[in-house]
Structure formats: C-alpha cells, structure tokens
Ligand binder design. Structure first.
Ligand SMILES: [Zn+2]
Length: 95
C-alpha cells in the first residue's frame, strides 16, 4: 500500500494527490483511443464513420494536451479533502 499523505494543516489523511503518472496514462490512452477511432472512421465509409473520425481527432488532441501537461508537471500537488488546503507532498514530511 502506498504511503498515506497527511494534510499539514488539519492532519487529515483524506488527501487527493494530483500526480504525473495519472496524466501520462490518461494522455497515452486517449491518443491511442483517438487513433483507433480515427482508423475505424477511415475504414467505415458512412455517416457513423464521419463521427468516428471527428471523435478520433478530438480524443487525439485531448490526449496530446494531457501528455503536454504531464511533461510540464514537475511537482505533485495535493489537496486536502477536509479543509481544502493545497500543499506539496514530500516537502511537508516530518514537520
Ligand atoms: Zn486539511
């Protein structure tokens, strides 16, 4: 089990961490899904195929955005669900 992150403000363990790996996974899966939809739309010469092409392009673009966000994401940020305090996990340890 992963280390529990504690809020430095109210000592709550109900903390949501915005981590980089999640953005990576989301970005890569979205670009793959977009490419697959685009390919299906390309094979499917119909109105549904047209929608599939359109969705494919949208998913692909969103996936690229998430990958760029992951690339520029240097520090993980955490938000406390109890008090809303925002902090950087790791730096606030043993305080
Ligand atoms: Zn808190």
């Amino acid at each position: 089990m992963a280390n529990q992150i504690q809020c430095p403000s109210c000592k709550s363990f109900k903390v949501k961490v915005d981590d980089r790996t999640r953005k990576w996974r989301l970005g890569i899966s979205m670009t793959l899904l977009g490419a697959a939809l685009y390919y299906l739309g390309y094979l499917w010469q119909s109105a549904i195929g047209g929608f599939s092409l359109l969705f494919g392009v949208c998913f692909f673009a969103l996936g690229i955005v998430f990958i760029l966000l992951a690339l520029t994401h240097k520090v993980d940020k955490a938000t406390c669900k109890s008090c809303g305090f925002k902090f950087t996990p790791g730096l606030a340890d043993n305080g």
